[in-house]
Design a protein around this ligand. Structure first.
Ligand code: PNW
Length: 457
């Protein structure tokens, strides 16, 4: 196979999220988040797993940073836990919570690793949920205040700030189908949440800019949506609908075009969109320096005029069918199709020109738990290497077609708390033994180390 080199200064890194790795759920004045409440509610998370201990990264961050340095990472994307910074969501800042991220930031910089902060990776303070959470407009304002508090402490050293991780998941899985915290199931709530998340992003981006932040972005999980049957008009309509509800509902307002008319029409069938106030779209369109893209799998849809489909999208019940994966899948059941990443990157670069892109998550869960370290401590995750290799080739292909792709962050550095799946799904390039917290780099970590050192495949 021919060699593929990445552009000079291409950023190689790894990503995690606070609730998935930190543990220390009650340390140093941290308040509860909606994920604490949700995971402690029987029946919500596989086998009753919680993030109480997770990878104990809160206490082991120094070793984890040493591991990142060993792998040669240039950047590390982590999230800040809002309930550590403002345990009640709105009240006084908890300096001990900020101290942790201060130590982590310094440890990274000491090793020459660039910190990329995500301000919200799904752990809303429970007290704010008690007041409506993201269905409530005030949450957007509190989010901007919280963002400023983090920036005030870390802004002298951290230069890349992303506001939200995957607001699609927060809104549709959290408030629409209830698979994620806070577990609400209401289409209207899901759309209120979309708007207030975007508004929170815009208010935070504006505040961060005024405070001097250099690079401001947001991470989405846009989908490469394709029809089951390219010749079917019903499938084409389903593609348009899902593209609207997953991609354009976020990307259009973020880039200044406002909400798409067809999407607003769909929303209005479930809830009167009076929560969209005059001037909001201008706030949401705050200038972006970076768009983070999380990609795992392609999306194939079919229209079901008979109403017999099944769908996670609020208000599409019955009208859309998501096709079961064809071909190889990861342990999540997600279809493996690297070409979908090329298509997605090209589409975004074409329809939303001028936005620097970064792959802020890509990776796969594979059944490593059946391959615990053997005598010589090796975990040969050849399937993960094949997945990553294929997607890096796909990313390289997009670059060669002119896409302004600045970096790639693998999901994830460590095996961790995979939300509703608990610890049974492992995405790490580093194995975590949850009994003794031992870290063991898998073969994929060594492979990635090689890729980084050669800046190519
Ligand atoms: C993303 N879906 O989550 C998150 O950003 C990570 O925290 C997570 O661990 C990773 O991907 C792997 O799941 C998603 O159901 C969760 O479509 C669910 C979906 C998509 C993304």
């Amino acid at each position: 196979m021919s060699e593929r080199r990445f552009p000079e200064n291409f950023v190689w890194g790894a990503a995690t999220a606070a609730y998935q790795i930190e543990g220390a759920a009650r340390d140093d004045g941290r308040g509860d988040s909606i994920w604490d409440t949700f995971s402690r509610t029987p029946g919500k998370v596989f086998a009753g797993h919680t993030g109480d201990v997770a990878c104990d990264h809160y206490h082991r961050y120094a070793d984890d940073v040493a591991l990142m340095a060993e792998l040669g990472l240039a950047a590390y994307r982590f999230s800040v836990a809002w309930p550590r910074i403002r345990p009640d969501g709105t009240g006084p800042v908890n300096p001990r919570g900020l101290d942790f991220y201060d130590r982590l930031t310094d440890a990274l910089l000491d090793r020459g690793i660039d910190p990329i902060i995500t301000l919200y990776h799904w752990d809303l303070p429970q007290t704010l949920q008690d007041r409506g959470g993201w269905t409530s407009r005030e949450t957007a304002e509190h989010f901007a205040d919280y963002a400023l508090a983090v920036h005030a402490r870390l802004g002298d050293r951290v230069h890349t700030w992303t506001t939200l991780n995957e607001p699609w998941c927060s809104a549709y899985l959290g408030y629409g189908n209830g698979v994620h915290a806070p577990g609400e199931q209401d289409a209207g709530s899901a759309f209120r949440a979309v708007h207030h998340l975007l508004l929170g992003h815009g208010l935070a981006a504006r505040a961060l800019r005024a405070a001097g932040a250099r690079t401001i972005g947001i991470t989405l999980n846009p989908a490469d949506v394709a029809p089951a049957d390219p010749g079917s008009a019903a499938d084409a309509a389903a593609v348009r609908l899902v593209d609207g509800l997953q991609n354009r509902i976020f990307l259009d307002p973020l880039t200044g075009a406002g909400y798409p008319a067809d999407v607003l029409e769909h929303v209005a069938r479930m809830v009167e969109p009076t929560f969209v106030r005059e001037g909001d779209e201008k706030v949401i369109a705050a200038p972006l320096d970076l768009l983070g893209i999380n990609y795992y799998s392609p999306t194939y849809v079919a229209g079901r005029p008979d109403g017999a489909g099944s769908s996670a999208y609020p208000g599409t019940e019955g009208a859309v069918e998501f096709l079961p994966a064809a071909g190889p899948v990861t342990e999540m059941g997600w279809q493996i199709e690297p070409a979908g990443l090329t298509r997605l990157l090209e589409r975004i670069a074409t329809d939303y020109p001028g936005l620097p892109l970064m792959i802020t998550e890509n990776g796969g869960a594979f059944p490593d738990d059946t391959r615990l370290p053997d005598g010589d401590g090796r975990i040969d995750d050849a399937d993960r290497i094949a997945y990553l290799d294929g997607h890096l080739r796909a990313a390289h292909e997009a670059i060669s077609r002119g896409v302004d792709l600045r970096g790639y962050l693998v999901w994830s550095l460590l095996d961790n708390f995979e939300w509703a799946e608990g610890y049974r799904k492992r995405f790490g390039i580093v194995h975590v033994d949850y009994l003794d917290q031992r870290r063991t780099p898998k073969s994929s970590a060594r492979w990635y180390q090689e890729v980084i050192s050669r800046n190519g495949l």
